[in-house]
Design a binder for this molecule. Structure first.
Ligand SMILES: Cc1cc2nc3c(=O)[nH]c(=O)nc-3n(C[C@H](O)[C@H](O)[C@H](O)COP(=O)(O)OP(=O)(O)OC[C@H]3O[C@@H](n4cnc5c(N)ncnc54)[C@H](O)[C@@H]3O)c2cc1C
Length: 395
């Protein structure tokens, strides 16, 4: 590893690898560090990815990381009403279930091919400042403490990000803006291999249950619970176990693995940059608060941050003011949707099982050409105005 770089990217998840790729492509001398000894493992993800978002984030499709291609998605209410969104209706919103470890490695490979230096088992420990200015990072690389100097740091260190905290960027979350998740990979279950499924209501208060098929009898079956619901550490698992136990299609289920983790479901942050530092992906709290999807947003923001970093290096300007270019770029793509979906999530958290039943059976009857939160709300407005009263501010 060299002693000095233009840009150091902390974390080789989808956001970090994409940021490093674009910074290196733009001519910046770039270092990508990953604290784990293998990029992509251990997977903490449902592995669902919408096709349109892949295009938006300019991620080249590589069949090696596609586990299954979906024809559609189903949203199922507590009373069993189903709203089906197939490819004809949702187009690019339908997508893939991926092999996340291979996906992350493919993105890191693209960063390496673009010229970024990649070091695994290398953790950032703190920011080094001289005269109030950031000059580099203290790291531990494969057991050895080191100092590496740089002009720009891109924090891509995920949900538990420290880079933001070290730099003084406010990334704190309210309890209601956190979802606590648990997921099993289950085999020996009856699953529709072409449809993802989402279950709303009191089985998963403040969140939902998902089934993302990996093959004809195997799926990622997970649950997210609003953090304000969780009283004890094992609560998400208890909710998921209870739901699986009641599901006849899972009566012979066998577990292949289990993961747990948190994810942010907040409104967009006021700022994700400061002098010399930009945050991307989960570190910048960019997960979609309604769907819990964050892979593509991490890639998209990584791409924009990488481009701006390379430009900043060329111009010798690493200021917060210059980084407004990055703020503008990611906000123009994501901010409106993130904010609207955060408001929708806030409402969804308050709905009774009966209201979910009414909403989902109505959506099934109405149908729509282009599924989106805004279109769903418009349809409700038209067909069930009395129910929509409390949702009007979302329109
Ligand atoms: C249970 C669960 C299910 C999910 N399911 C989906 C889904 O189906 N679809 C979807 O789109 N999204 C899903 N998400 C969200 C998705 O996983 C994230 O949004 C995505 O991983 C964000 O990418 P990222 O690059 O920002 O962060 P991460 O993928 O979290 O990458 C951060 C990287 O930084 C490394 N790191 C951290 N600290 C340091 C340090 N100090 N030094 C060096 N390296 C460091 C970490 O090891 C990690 O590799 C899910 C999340 C959870 C918790």
């Amino acid at each position: 590893m060299d002693k000095e770089y233009d840009v150091i990217v902390v974390g080789a998840g989808p956001g970090g690898s994409t940021a490093a790729r674009y910074a290196a492509m733009g001519g910046a001398k770039t270092l990508l560090i990953e604290k784990r000894q293998e990029i992509g493992t251990h997977v903490r993800c449902g592995e669902g990815l919408a096709r349109g978002l892949l295009d938006q984030a300019k991620i080249p499709i590589d069949r090696t990381w596609i586990a299954a291609e979906m024809d559609g998605a189903r949203v199922i209410s507590p009373g069993g009403f189903t709203f089906e969104v197939d490819e004809a209706k949702a187009g690019n919103e339908v997508g893939y279930v991926i092999e996340r470890d291979l996906f992350d490695r493919a993105l890191a490979k693209l960063a390496g091919e673009a010229g970024a230096h990649i070091y695994i088992k290398t953790a950032a420990r703190s920011i080094i400042k001289e005269n109030g200015k950031i000059v580099g990072l203290k790291i531990i690389s494969q057991g050895e403490p080191m100092e590496v100097r740089c002009k720009i740091i891109i924090g891509a260190d995920g949900y538990e990000s420290q880079v933001g905290r070290w730099a003084g960027i406010d990334t704190n979350l309210a309890e209601s803006d956190i979802m606590t998740c648990v997921q099993y990979r289950l085999t020996n279950i009856e699953v529709d291999p072409k449809y993802t499924e989402f279950y709303a209501g009191s089985s998963a208060p403040g969140g939902y249950i998902w089934i993302f098929p990996k093959s004809a009898n195997t799926a990622n079956v997970g649950l997210g619970l609003g953090a304000h619901i969780v009283k004890e550490g094992g609560d998400p698992k208890r909710y998921l176990d209870a739901w699986i136990a009641k599901n006849p299609k899972m009566k012979n289920a066998q577990q292949l693995d289990m993961i747990a983790g948190g994810c942010s479901i907040n409104a967009p942050l006021d700022s994700v940059v400061c002098d010399q530092v930009m945050l991307v992906g989960d570190a910048a709290r960019m997960i979609d608060p309604m769907t819990g999807g964050g892979i593509a947003h991490a890639c998209l923001s990584g791409m924009e941050a990488g481009k701006v970093a390379a430009e900043a290096i060329k111009l010798g300007d690493y200021s917060k003011e210059f980084f407004q270019k990055y703020e503008k770029a990611w906000r123009s793509e994501l901010e409106e949707k993130l904010f609207r979906n955060w408001m929708a999530k806030e409402k969804a958290m308050t709905l009774s099982d009966e209201t979910f039943d009414t909403l989902i059976s109505l959506l099934d009857k109405v149908g729509m050409d282009n599924i989106s939160v805004i279109n769903i709300l418009k349809a409700l407005h038209e067909h069930h105005p009395e129910l929509l009263k409390e949702f009007e501010d979302l329109l």
